[in-house]
Design a protein around this ligand. Structure first.
Ligand code: C2E
Ligand code: MG
Ligand code: MG
Length: 737
């Protein structure tokens, strides 16, 4: 501990006494009692010569906060008659100042020095000891005061630190509380905004908490949503208000018991009010459980609707292929126990034409009308399904005899072929049916459908409006067709096609007017294949469009190289009109080959005019606008409607070969040829008789007024390589007869 300075002011007019004062003070300090471990102070003596000077020094010390502990004043400086005011003035400046008046020994003690010690010279031991004691006491008191102050300061500092720490803690606690409040708010909001009802029960099955959707779901009054509400009270309320499970003592009770025993459960619970609630129970680690309740009535209905949609046709409401298979599986299980079953595949004839000409809404209405008639024809145990487009299937289980299926097929074809009145349109269609039996033709759904389909294909190729039973031979035929299809797809890229040309001859001059290009397929193993064997297949698989393009380009290119500018006729398929690239193909073929458009003749059949009539006519007009000639081929084999001849100004009518070949035997053929020839004449069209094989036929068609002939009498179709020679040496174009 640092030693304190003991500041003493000595005031005497004679400075030589200063030493004596120092000794006096040192003696007094020595004689003073010691306190604690406080080290003895050092003396710091300041001297002055008068009371006034002493007052000035004391006043300065007070102002500088460096007070004196004691002041020794020589009595000589005090006024004799009344020293009290001077002593009082000194004491007033510092009430704690120890004041000692030093006087000579002879001088009597003066009461007027009351406030001060009186020390007589020579100094008395007791008086010096008194001064020392006073000095020590004051010094000790000051030291104690200093210590207390330091302790107080330390305490104060510690207190401030504790206080700051407390404040910090308090702040954290407040923050935590706010966070908890916020979380609580969020939790409550989340709880009440859940779609599901949520409730939590303790192990005594008393409510801990539940959310608003739970209360709303069962119409619980507020008092039943309070913490502590027994589950039994909630269940009773639900029973009273008609929200109890449809099946008493069912899964709900079992699952509550399970949850109490710590088992999770999830199940759908139908209620007496018609709703279905999805409930899930989850046990809590503390005992009790939490449960969610969700009203799934709507989603169950939606699921059922979706399930129905997935298994039914949207337009007719009939089972679709998926559902048909399920039904077939059921029926096949009975087939394995000895029953028989028939699968009928049905396809509408001419449906596409109705759809194309009258539009899809009428097509849809027709399918619905067909559905009604189909249902009217079958037994309740039979299934009618729509497989897509105009394809239907009928399942006839529990068959006693195979003829039953045939009778049904008859009935179906008869019923479906009766006219329909759709929105003011009279529509007539037909139906073709293929039948396969289980177990004879197959014992699984795939095979039966495939075989019935094959029989249907056969019914259609046999002329439609009829039905066929499946025969194993059909399968082999289909395989052959598949192989042909594969070869056909390859043929175009492998350059296996070729054009033959058949002469068109003027009836009067017997000169060649031009040639019809006729497609041939030089198959690598099967040799030359005629168009009747592959054009229908090419049409079916869509290959006719690129193939037809090739024909147009090839025919134009070859004709452009002929030595005489005669016409070249090219056959077009209805599919080429549907593809909408036809005009472009013709324009580009003419452009690239340089063939004059007037030399190109395009042959179409009536079936072209059967489809989307407006677009077809527009295409025909565009083609004719190019300068190309348009011929109506095979006239007389289709509807032979005169309205077709009116709908477009054809340049030529080609009378079908079937009329020419029977000219001799049938008089009506003659009449028809004559009628068409005169019609052609009056409309300014060329009339060509196809298939003229004999001189007689030539004479007859000439007599009936035909202007052009085509047939083996003049020429068979010839390869392109022979044509230049034929044209340069016309005499070789001799009749064969
Ligand atoms: P089409 O256009 O009526 O052609 C006439 C058919 O009658 C040709 O048969 C021809 O060889 C045959 N023919 C001509 N004169 C006689 C005759 O005096 N007696 C007999 N018995 N037949 C005769 P082909 O070449 O077999 O063609 C058959 C059909 O294939 C054609 O009938 C045509 O509709 C179609 N076709 C041919 N080439 C093409 C083509 O490039 N594109 C399209 N889309 N169809 C084609
Ligand atoms: Mg033709
Ligand atoms: Mg023809």
């Amino acid at each position: 501990m640092a030693r304190q300075a003991y500041r003493v002011l000595v005031a005497d007019e004679d400075a030589s006494y200063l030493k004596a004062y120092r000794r006096l003070l040192a003696r007094a300090i020595r004689m003073s009692p010691t306190y604690d471990d406080e080290p003895a102070p050092v003396l710091d003596i300041v001297s002055c010569r008068s009371v006034e000077e002493a007052l000035g020094v004391l006043s300065d010390a007070r102002d500088a906060a460096a007070p004196f502990q004691a002041a020794l004043i020589s009595a000589r400086l005090l006024p004799r008659n009344d020293p009290t005011p001077a002593v009082k003035a000194l004491a007033a400046l510092d009430p704690h100042l120890i004041l000692a008046v030093i006087t000579d020994a002879e001088a009597p003690p003066d009461r007027r020095y009351d406030r001060a010690f009186l020390l007589r010279r020579p100094f008395d031991r007791a008086e010096v000891e008194g001064l020392g004691t006073a000095l020590a006491a004051k010094w000790h008191a000051e030291a104690a005061q200093r210590r207390t102050r330091a302790e107080l300061n330390a305490l104060n500092k510690a207190f401030r630190m504790v206080n700051a720490e407390l404040q910090r803690h308090l702040k954290l606690l407040r923050q935590r509380e706010e966070e908890l409040d916020h979380q609580n708010m969020l939790f409550t909001a989340a709880l009440n905004n859940m779609r599901q009802g949520l409730c939590m029960f303790d192990q005594e099955a008393r409510l801990i908490v539940c959310n608003a959707p739970y209360a709303a779901m069962y119409g619980l009054p507020e008092e039943l949503t309070q913490e502590g509400t027994p589950l039994s009270a909630i269940i009773e309320h639900r029973a009273r208000s008609g929200h109890s499970p449809r099946e008493p003592n069912g899964p709900y009770e079992a699952s509550v018991a399970g949850a109490r025993a710590g088992k999770a459960a999830s199940y759908r619970l139908p209620l007496v009010d018609g709703r279905t609630i999805q409930i899930s129970h989850q046990p809590l680690p503390s005992g009790g459980w939490v449960a969610t309740h969700e009203d799934v009535t709507e989603s169950i209905a939606a699921e059922a609707r979706i399930a129905h949609m997935a298994r039914h046709d949207a337009l007719t409401g009939l089972p679709n292929r998926t559902h048909l298979r399920e039904k077939m599986e059921d029926a096949l299980a009975r087939v394995r126990r000895g029953e028989s079953m028939a699968t009928l595949c049905l396809d509408l004839d001419h449906f596409k034409a109705v759809n194309d000409t009258l539009g899809h809404p009428v097509g849809d209405a027709l399918l619905c009308a067909v559905t009604e008639r189909l249902i009217g024809c079958v037994r309740e145990t039979d299934t009618v399904a729509r497989l897509g487009g105009d394809e239907f299937a009928i399942l006839q289980p529990g068959l006693d005899r195979p003829e039953q299926a045939g009778r049904l097929a008859h009935r179906l074809i008869d019923t479906l072929s009766k006219p329909y009145d759709l929105d003011g349109h009279q529509v007539v269609i037909g139906a073709s049916i293929g039948i396969a039996f289980a177990p004879t033709d197959g014992v699984n759904a795939d095979t039966l459908l495939k075989n019935a389909d094959m029989a249907l294909y056969r019914a259609k190729t046999d002329g439609r409006g009829t039905f066929r039973y499946f025969e194993p031979e059909m399968d082999a035929r289909l395989q052959r067709r598949r192989a042909l299809e594969l070869d056909l797809r390859k043929a175009l890229t492998q350059d296996e096609f070729e054009l033959f040309y058949q002469a068109l001859v003027d009836v009067q001059t017997e000169e060649v007017n031009g040639f019809e290009a006729l497609l041939r397929w030089r198959h690598p193993t099967r040799g030359m294949i005629p168009p009747s064997d592959f054009v229908p297949l090419a049409e079916e698989i869509g290959l006719i469009v690129p193939l037809g393009e090739w024909v147009v380009r090839q025919a134009c290119a070859e004709a452009a190289r002929w030595p005489r500018p005669v016409k070249v006729a090219v056959n077009l398929s209805p599919a080429q009109f549907r593809s909408r690239t036809l005009v472009h193909t013709v324009v580009s073929a003419l452009d690239t080959t340089g063939l004059a458009p007037q030399r190109l003749e395009l042959e179409i059949t009536e079936s072209v005019l059967l489809q989307d009539n407006e677009a077809t006519l527009a295409t025909l007009h565009q083609l004719r606008g190019l300068g190309v000639r348009i011929a109506m081929d095979d006239f007389g084999t289709g509807y032979s409607s005169l309205s077709y001849l009116r709908s477009f100004p054809f340049d030529k009518i080609k009378i079908d070969r079937s009329f020419v070949s029977e000219l001799a035997e049938k008089s009506d053929c003659m009449a028809i040829v004559r009628a068409v020839a005169s019609l052609g004449a009056s409309l300014g069209m060329v009339t060509t008789a196809e298939g003229v094989e004999t001189v007689d036929q030539l004479r007859q068609v000439r007599e009936q007024g035909c202007t052009e002939v085509q047939g083996y009498l003049f020429s068979q179709p010839r390869p392109a390589s022979e044509l230049a020679d034929l044209l340069q040496h016309p005499r070789r174009m001799q009749r064969v007869a």
